[in-house]
Design a protein around this ligand. Structure first.
Ligand code: FES
Length: 116
């Protein structure tokens, strides 16, 4: 069983959510009951307000590179989270951390820290 630890600035607020690996869900859906986590968002990959930094607790389980959809890359780029080179690349280095849209990131059986 994995877990998602949600952390909000100034990093003194956190919530741990344990993941049921048989039920895939996005980060945003997993965090829907956490009152301080990203609620003024579109939920559909359009606004960019749900950009979060994902860090794998066990770096050996982190993917080396991640393929983002063109839409997610565009939104993250507009939010200032990706460089010009990352926008043009087919995949993006994921280690040690990666910017993602919480509404698009489907959590699997993994232990991650999520910085809002
Ligand atoms: S909630 Fe708007 S882009 Fe994710």
């Amino acid at each position: 069983m994995g877990s998602v630890t949600l952390i909000a600035p100034p990093f003194d607020v956190e919530r741990v959510i344990h993941i049921d690996a048989s039920r895939a869900a996005t980060l945003l859906a997993l965090a829907r009951d956490v009152p301080w986590f990203l609620h003024k968002t579109c939920g559909q990959g359009r606004c960019g307000a749900c950009a979060v930094k994902v860090v794998f607790r066990d770096r050996s389980r982190a993917p080396e590179r991640v393929v983002l959809s063109p839409d997610e890359k565009t939104i993250l780029y507009r939010a200032g989270k990706l460089t010009d080179a990352e926008l043009r690349a087919l995949d993006i280095p994921a280690s040690p951390a990666l910017w993602r849209l919480a509404c698009q990131y489907v959590v699997e059986d993994e232990d991650i820290l999520v910085f809002a």
